[in-house]
Design a binder for this molecule. Structure first.
Ligand code: PAF
Length: 311
């Protein structure tokens, strides 16, 4: 369906299969003077995404969502191939959450006139792209910055919403927004299942045993937070604690820690030996072949609300 409304009892959700139609819709919304909130996604939506959409709907007159599995940010073709996709299901969930327009497209639609993926000019992801996710996944943040910048240009939102689960990504996105001069970046707390597992589109690929083992990520972060609350400030000690906690509960499920780190978002790579009041613990692991990430502010008070920034 292209540019047709879909009625499901929650109002009309416009759907566009190309960014050109979406751009025209967004331009009309902005010209009408209505505020426009934007939630970029790769689809396979879960409660975490819907929380962002509901928040955007509460803060803006119109909300639109992109569903695009961006090849530029995948360094592993098998991961790109395995990424779950179900646009009809996503559209029904979005309509119920208050989204008014969803769009998708092919990579070539987002960068028309460019000879091929290699020729797409990459956007600089900024200094926070180094290390952790940036170290382990070649070109990942360059790919994120490139598509996010393009999406911002197409949509022209006043506010864009991101989840804190991809914490390092929120730093990259803030960098892109600062370079462009818009939009306001709204970072919402990580959405979790009742047992603490951070919601992720990849969770559907976990077997029951791997899902159980994956709880080690949020448990390790909580343990680091407890140690911080009890006065521990040594980055080395907190990182050793994270690593130790991740190893607990080994039941034979393949589990490979990629990093267990404490970083201050203000300093990032230049962080010192001591964890300051804004420090976060961040972990990444492959659990039963599925790559998962999670993070937590060490000072619990910082987790409560959304933090804003950007332009
Ligand atoms: O977080 C995501 O789903 C993606 O990285 C994003 C921001 C939609 C860019 O492709």
């Amino acid at each position: 369906m292209t540019g047709e409304g879909e009625r499901d009892g929650h109002g009309v959700l416009e759907r566009f299969e190309s960014p050109a139609g979406a751009h025209a819709w967004c331009t009309a919304v902005r010209r009408s003077g209505a505020s426009l909130g934007f939630v970029p996604t790769m689809g396979a939506l879960h409660e975490g995404h819907l929380t962002l959409v509901r928040r955007a709907a509460a803060e803006n007159v119109r909300v639109c969502v992109s569903v695009f599995v961006n090849p530029l940010q995948f360094d592993d073709p098998a991961d790109l191939e395995a990424y779950p996709r179900d646009l009809d299901r996503d559209a029904a969930l979005l309509a119920a959450a208050g989204c008014k327009m969803v769009f998708t497209g092919r990579l070539s639609d987002f960068f028309p006139g460019v000879a091929g993926p290699e020729a797409i000019p990459r956007r600089d992801p900024g200094p926070c792209a180094l290390d952790l996710e940036g170290a382990g996944r070649a070109g990942h943040f360059e790919g994120v910055a490139t598509i996010v910048g393009r999406l911002f240009e197409l949509v022209g939102p006043g506010r864009a919403y991101f989840g804190a689960k991809d914490f390092q990504q929120t730093l990259v996105v803030r960098h892109v927004a600062r370079e462009l001069g818009y939009p306001e970046i709204v970072v919402c707390p990580t959405s979790r299942d009742a047992d603490g597992l951070a919601r992720s589109s990849r969770n559907v690929r976990l077997t029951p045993a791997a899902r159980e083992r994956a709880l080690a990520l949020s448990r390790a972060l909580q343990a680091a937070r407890r140690a911080f609350a009890e006065g521990e400030r040594s980055v080395a000690v907190l990182e050793a604690l994270l690593t130790r906690e991740l190893a607990r509960g080994d039941d034979g499920t393949p589990f490979e820690v990629e990093y267990a780190a404490v970083r201050d978002p203000e300093l990032w790579g230049a962080g010192g030996d001591s964890a300051g009041p804004t420090a976060r613990a961040l972990v990444a692991a492959r659990v039963g072949g599925v790559r998962l990430i999670d993070n937590l502010a060490l000072d619990e008070a910082l987790e409560g609300g959304a933090s804003k920034g950007g332009a």
